[in-house]
Design a protein around this ligand. Structure first.
Ligand code: CA
Length: 228
């Protein structure tokens, strides 16, 4: 699944280079030249990750990172800081405000991609292509296949994303709003009830191999994936 990556960088040439690099790595870059622009884009769609330049006109990248990490809506979005300053004190400061990683300019595309991959694997494993297996249920993002005890299960695209998300975060309870944020990525046009509809469809698909009970309802809270 390609990740939507917001690039906040005020130097057009570097922004262009970053966007090109991200596209080549299979991601969807979304670009902002300033914090104001970034805030507008985030209100439209929550990105899966933010590449944030340290030195920006107006509000600095580091202040913006602090703001994002202090807001319930955006605090779970991973942030990689980009900076021309390679000093240890800056790195510590970046990590202190909640940035997940830190890349010093000039950086090689290979290094940046490796860091993006590592952060996504840690913070949003549903964005990587690693197969996941639990209790005989197997989901392979590369081939877009799901099987239960070796039997192929037929899932619609939304059910697939939903299962991918839940299996990537097992044993955790997710509210409908959290599921909407992470699976639909758009808070504006979809109602909470939509989640229930797709959970029902997902359970029906999983019942073919007897795995429907892995999708648990936690009353008054939301849903949980558990193979126990
Ligand atoms: Ca800059």
């Amino acid at each position: 699944m390609p990740a939507n990556i917001l690039v906040v960088e005020d130097e057009p040439a570097i922004q262009e280079l970053l966007a090109l690099n991200l596209t080549q790595a299979g991601h969807n870059p979304v670009r902002a030249l300033s914090v104001e622009q970034a805030q507008m884009l985030i209100r439209e769609t929550l990105p899966d990750l933010i590449l944030l330049d340290w030195m920006l006109p107006g509000m600095s990248g580091i202040e913006f990172a602090r703001k994002l990490k202090g807001d319930d809506l955006t605090k779970s979005i991973p942030i990689i800081m980009l900076t021309a300053r390679g000093e240890e004190a800056d790195k510590v400061r970046g990590l202190e405000v909640g940035a997940d990683d830190y890349v010093t300019k000039p950086f090689s595309p290979r290094e940046l991609n490796a860091r993006i991959k590592a952060v996504l694997r840690r913070r949003a494993p549903q964005m990587t292509d690693d197969p996941i297996e639990a209790g005989g249920l197997r989901l392979d993002p590369m081939t877009h296949r799901v099987s239960g005890n070796g039997k192929t299960l037929e899932l619609g695209p939304t059910e697939f994303r939903l299962l991918h998300y839940l299996m990537s975060n097992p044993e955790r309870v997710h509210s409908r709003t959290q599921v909407l944020d992470r699976v639909w990525g758009d808070r504006v046009f979809v109602e909470d009830r939509t989640v229930d509809v797709h959970i029902r469809r997902l359970r029906r698909a999983l019942s073919e191999s007897g795995h429907e009970e892995f999708i648990q309802t936690v009353r008054g809270v939301g849903y949980r994936f558990s193979a126990q």
